[in-house]
Design a protein around this ligand. Structure first.
Ligand code: GDP
Ligand code: MG
Length: 756
């Protein structure tokens, strides 16, 4: 290594210890997976704060580093390939850099993939920011025979270049002190001026002048930069300038249209493509004459290419992908079921304990059925989320996720989605038994807002684990010969509806071009435990915090609506008397039979038990029907009769909005069977089979309704958070329920014709 003796090349004096400036911050910017977060964690340790950028779901990480004992504020920006607003992350990075410019930027680049990474560097320099280039992953670069002449590169970029290994911390302090040295320099950094060729340069100059004359952009970044973004066709930049000055915008647009049509007719290209060609040209020029040398054969990229020959092979690629996804999925839900069970058992036990301690009454009922059941419901998902995110973090960090996205991108594109949507779909129940909650959270990896929204709003259509008991029950009772096929059909129906609705959303509410698939396939890499742990914990904690509070409130509400108003004295008295009488009879029998056993007593006891059960069931059914939920169910009957549902089904479906697990158990209560264990619905099955108001058509209609209607509360809240607004929660509830209604109506009526 020729450079190892001189890892740092910065303007003179910069290596001196530099006191941290009193205010302001240093930003870490770079492509996804370049090692920003690893560096950030090494700099800040536990002194960090994770939040969200306002209005979007991109995470904002801020922390304090210490250099020579002095604190420095650091911000870990989201990963971006460019500063053009192709994705939420890129928009956020740009907003942060222009609206609240940092003192300096440490641009973390993946040294072995230097060429691609410098594309962003060029734009940072064009923005006129003081930039320190951190050539990260130098360990890998050295191992794979990539040589970078840092001194020469620094000279050409006119910025400090530091070799780093974020994993071990090598070079990080040097990079930070170089950044602070730049920040302390008196004169502001000169923006890098690139030529974009004979077609664009004059237009660029003219736009720049018009913008500057109008007193824009006014945020302390160069007018030329804004002009460039406009030429790149950047929607956010156009929106910004339109808001600031509509007249000017019209004139700029005219100039833009002229040059765009000229470039289209002469070069069969677009201004955007020309600009990126020139930028790449500049980057190639930077790396010429020995700045970047690769020893052939030892390249890490060569190994990745070899792996990719199998892993994204046209034939084996998809097969391996399906196997990987299947395993991830199986493992999550099989291994996750244990801790999930423990948590559920714990809360069931807690409920029993409280039931013993507290006297019977409203307080106990509220605490047990409202609070404890609700908390248990939320927390029982945590193991699934932890495990699943661990896998997702592994797939992302290792580079395989990019391959999955790459393989399915073609198909998904025709539905207006992006290759990255596939993981969210699969997690949500694309293979039966998923869960929309981690699914919705997995949409964070989607780069474009429109594609993310289309994915987010359609992933509730899959067969999540909580819908399966309903399907199993109904398929088992009404289609005993074809129940397996019917289950498969429901899973497929989920895919069909998700893709069709996504397509529809992308041509209506979220119309617009698909984002160009700029992602390159990153080299394969073994993730570190630390990075997996951090990723996974952050996301899980977010879930616990947000879903926890809301679901608890919801669970109490549902409890209250199924409890109040209580039966009035007059109606309750005879029912309660019947229960008391049955209890008394049992007690009497027990006393009489004390020590004696015999057929006579057993028979009498069985009879007494049955009448007690019946009496309490009648009481429960009457109370439920009288409650707010029961009345709602009854009030909805006229609307739901055309799809075959009576008040009991309606109450169960309303309960299902709290949690889909509640559907079977609420149906049980409504059919006066007491609490029905969803795993063991034998009595309910028998009851439904015997009921003349139930038919195959009703069952099919209900299955489809359950598949498609409003997502459960927690899912709704996560959707709201990810989509960034309550209206999307309302949309999901109403639109999905309307869709479910329409589909069920068709199914119910066809079913009645076929099955009589
Ligand atoms: P970010 O997306 O830019 O925040 O990247 P991360 O910090 O999450 O890093 C991506 C992956 O690269 C992780 O698996 C890191 O452990 C790994 N990584 C980061 N820096 C280095 C480095 O200097 N050398 C090596 N070998 N791996 C690194
Ligand atoms: Mg990161």
């Amino acid at each position: 290594m020729t450079q190892s003796t001189m890892p740092l090349s910065v303007p003179s004096g910069a290596r001196d210890a530099v006191p941290a400036p009193a205010s302001g911050y240093v930003a870490l910017a770079g492509n996804p997976n370049s090692g920003k977060t690893t560096a950030f964690n090494a700099y800040t340790g536990a002194r960090q704060h994770v939040g969200n950028y306002p209005g979007v779901t991109v995470e904002r990480k801020e922390g304090t580093a210490h250099l020579d004992g002095k604190p420095v504020r650091l911000v870990d920006l989201p990963g971006a390939y460019s500063l053009t607003a192709y994705s939420e992350e890129e928009l956020v990075v740009r907003r942060e850099l222009t609206k609240a410019p940092p003192l300096a930027v440490i641009n973390v680049v993946d040294a072995p993939a230097l060429e691609r990474n410098l594309f962003l560097t060029v734009q940072l320099l064009e923005l006129g920011l003081p930039v320190v280039l951190a050539l990260n992953m130098m360990d890998e670069a050295r191992a794979s025979g990539v040589h970078i002449d840092a001194a020469l590169l620094s000279e050409r970029l006119r910025s400090p270049v530091v070799e780093t290994v974020a994993r071990t911390g090598e070079g990080l302090d040097t990079a930070l002190s170089a950044a602070l040295a730049l920040a302390r320099e008196e004169k502001a950094a000169e923006p890098l001026l690139l030529s974009y060729g004979p077609d664009l340069d004059p237009v660029l100059g003219s736009l720049e002048k018009r913008i500057a004359d109008a007193g824009l952009p006014g945020h302390g970044y160069p007018a030329r930069w804004l002009a460039l973004k406009l030429l790149e066709g950047d929607a956010a930049a156009w929106a910004e300038i339109r808001m600031a000055n509509p007249d000017l915008t019209t004139r700029l647009k005219a100039e833009y249209d002229t040059v765009a049509s000229h470039i289209r007719s002469t070069l069969h290209s677009s201004p955007e493509a020309v600009i990126s060609d020139y930028r790449y040209g500049f980057v190639r020029g930077l790396l010429k004459d020995g700045v970047l040398r690769r020893e052939s054969g030892r390249d890490r990229l060569a190994l990745s290419d070899k792996l990719d020959r199998v892993l994204v092979n046209a034939l084996f690629g998809p097969l391996i992908m399906l196997a990987v996804l299947y395993l991830v999925f199986q493992f999550t839900f099989v291994a996750g079921a244990w801790p999930q069970g423990w948590i559920e058992d714990f809360f069931a036990w807690l409920g029993d304990v409280v039931a013993v301690i507290l006297p019977e009454g409203m307080a106990r009922s509220l605490l047990v059925s409202g609070v404890i059941d609700g908390l248990g419901g939320v927390l029982s998902f945590v193991p699934l989320i932890l495990i699943l995110f661990l896998f997702i973090a592994f797939l992302e960090d290792s580079g395989y996720m990019a391959r999955i996205a790459y393989m399915v991108d073609r198909i998904f594109r025709s539905f207006g989605l992006n290759g990255n949507s596939v993981m969210a779909y699969i997690t949500a129940g694309g293979i039966a038994g998923g869960c929309a909650i981690p699914g919705a959270m997995a949409t964070r990896t989607l780069r474009s807002h429109r594609e993310k929204m289309a994915t987010l709003l359609t992933l509730p259509y899959f067969s999540c684990g909580a819908k399966l008991p309903v399907f199993l029950l109904l398929a088992g009772v009404f289609f005993p010969e074809n129940s397996a096929e019917l289950m498969l059909l429901m899973v497929l129906a989920g895919w069909v509806f998700a893709l069709i609705v996504a397509r529809a959303l992308r041509s209506t509410l979220f119309r617009g071009e698909s984002t160009p698939f700029v992602m390159e396939l990153p080299p394969y890499r073994l993730p570190t435990l630390r990075s997996l742990g951090v990723h996974c914990w952050e996301r899980s904690w977010l879930y616990i915090k947000k879903a926890g509070t809301v679901l608890l409130a919801a669970s109490i509400l549902i409890w209250a609506s199924m409890t109040f108003p209580t039966l009035d004295e007059e109606r309750a008295a005879p029912l309660e008397a019947a229960v008391a009488a049955a209890e008394a009879q049992l007690a009497e029998l027990a006393a009489a039979s004390d020590g004696v056993s015999g057929d006579v007593f057993d028979e009498a006891r069985v009879a007494a038990e049955a009448s007690l059960a019946e009496a309490s069931q009648v009481l429960a059914e009457e109370s439920l029907r009288h409650s707010l939920a029961g009345r709602l169910g009854t009030a909805l009957e006229p609307f739901t009769r055309p799809i075959g549902f009576d008040w009991r089904t309606n109450v169960a479906l309303a309960g299902g909005i709290a949690a889909k697990e509640a559907i079977v158990s609420t149906l049980g209560t409504a059919y006066s069977l007491g609490d029905v264990d969803p795993e063991d619905a034998e009595p309910l099955a028998a009851r439904l089979q015997a009921d003349s108001s139930w038919s195959r058509a009703t069952a099919l209609s209900l299955m489809l309704f359950v598949l498609l209607y409003s997502p459960c509360f927690v899912a709704l809240v996560v959707i709201k958070n990810e989509a960034g607004g309550w209206r999307w929660l309302v949309f999901s509830m109403l639109f999905n329920t309307a869709l479910a209604y329409a589909v069920s109506a068709v199914a119910f009526n066809i079913g009645r014709v076929i099955w009589g």
